[in-house]
Design a protein around this ligand. Structure first.
Ligand code: TXA
Ligand code: MG
Length: 353
């Protein structure tokens, strides 16, 4: 339902104009939706203490009510009003990683409406490291609930244009501060029970996390929608999916290039428009006639690959390809988050060569 004129306001990413922030904050306080940049991806923000405003997030995204959202704060002290208990490990993690791409799952306090957490007894909280996000949350005077500002199951938005493409007419305002830095979402760590559990790899790598919580257990799983109950939110296999079918190829570089080139040639011969999502080092082996190629950057710079990943998926969709053939990346550091997003985008269609 397209009912709202969606406004896009440019804002300086390092020193945001107070007048623009003031306007955006007034909308949040009035129960409206504002998309804003964080260091990871753009978020779709609403007053986290207003259940009706949070409900609008689910409606705008077409997001199932079973998928909880993250509450964003601008200071560590704000955590106290959102949870019933702050374990010692939370304080250590907050000192080490906030502001930054780490979301902590804690026990949910009585002020947080149940729909923020899809009815769970926990709440996910993070303090983003982006001047615009921090200024907006501060001016709003309330914690800001925000999932990624894309339609449900689509690739996350790393530019204001991506947000507009998905949500034009459904939200009041988009703050446009240019492309986001990290490019993949925050790491989600559940510390609401005795053992810290990694629910989603993201901007803070597992190695870095383990310096503070050596005992962290990785419980990321891939569950098909038809398999019945999903053990925890965010574990659905299908996610971040482009319109085109994506197939992922994993293995040694040379073998991956051979497999990509053979698959691209065969699909092209069958009449499909093929998109290749690869790295700079693959270019020479893979410039094939009639095939659209997007490189995410060098294999030696996975931060750049992460930053460009979602834009690359959207770019190939915009070029109208029927199928995207993508290479996998080494799952170390930020590579673990890249691999996770690609497996979900591929809905499990991975070829090991
Ligand atoms: O970097 C990010 O995390 C971005 C920016 C905008 O902050 N946010 C984001 O939210 O990516 P998104 O669309 O991934 O949605 C929040 C996810 C849920 O899908 C779920 O996996 C997890 O956070 N989550 C939220 N609340 C949770 C809870 N109480 N328990 C477990 N997981 C939760
Ligand atoms: Mg999302």
């Amino acid at each position: 339902m397209n009912t709202l004129p969606t406004r896009v306001l440019k804002i300086d990413p390092t020193s945001p104009d107070p007048a623009v922030i003031h306007e955006a904050a007034a909308l949040i306080r009035a129960g409206q939706l504002v998309a804003f940049p964080t260091e990871t991806v753009y978020g779709l923000g609403a007053n986290a203490l207003d259940a009706l405003a949070v409900d609008r997030i689910y409606q705008a995204k077409g997001r199932p009510a079973t998928d909880p959202v993250i509450v964003h704060v601008q200071a560590a002290q704000q955590v106290a009003e959102l949870t019933t208990h702050i374990p010692d490990v939370a304080r250590a993690l907050i000192d080490a990683f906030w502001p930054g791409p780490l979301t902590l799952v804690l026990s949910r306090g009585p002020r947080v409406p149940p729909n923020v957490s899809a009815g769970l007894p926990t709440v996910a909280i993070r303090m983003p490291a982006h001047p615009v996000a921090l200024a907006l949350i501060t001016a709003a005077g309330v914690p800001v609930a925000a999932p990624s500002a894309n339609l449900f199951a689509h690739p996350s938005p790393t530019t204001a244009q991506h947000v507009l493409h998905d949500l034009d007419g459904k939200i009041a305002l988009i703050l446009d501060a240019g492309p986001t830095q990290v490019g993949v979402e925050s790491t989600i760590l559940d510390i609401s029970a005795n053992h810290p559990r990694l629910l989603r790899p993201g901007g803070v790598s597992l190695d870095t996390l383990r310096r503070i919580v050596p005992e962290v257990e990785v419980v990321t799983r891939y569950v098909r929608a038809d398999e019945g109950a999903v053990p925890a939110p965010g574990m659905l296999l299908k996610h971040y999916s482009p319109r085109a079918e994506l197939r992922l190829f994993d293995g040694p570089d040379e073998a991956v290039r051979v497999a990509l080139s053979q698959a691209a040639a065969e699909l092209t011969r069958q009449g499909f428009h093929v998109g290749l999502l690869v790295a700079d080092e693959d270019r020479a082996a893979l410039s094939l006639p009639g095939v659209s190629l997007v490189s995410l950057g060098s294999l030696g710079d996975l931060s750049q690959v992460a930053q460009r990943l979602f834009a690359g998926l959207r770019d190939l969709d915009a070029r109208g390809v029927d199928v995207i053939l993508a290479r996998a990346y080494p799952p170390a550091g930020i590579g673990m988050a890249i691999q996770d997003r690609l497996i979900r985008a591929a809905q499990g269609r991975v070829t090991y060569v």
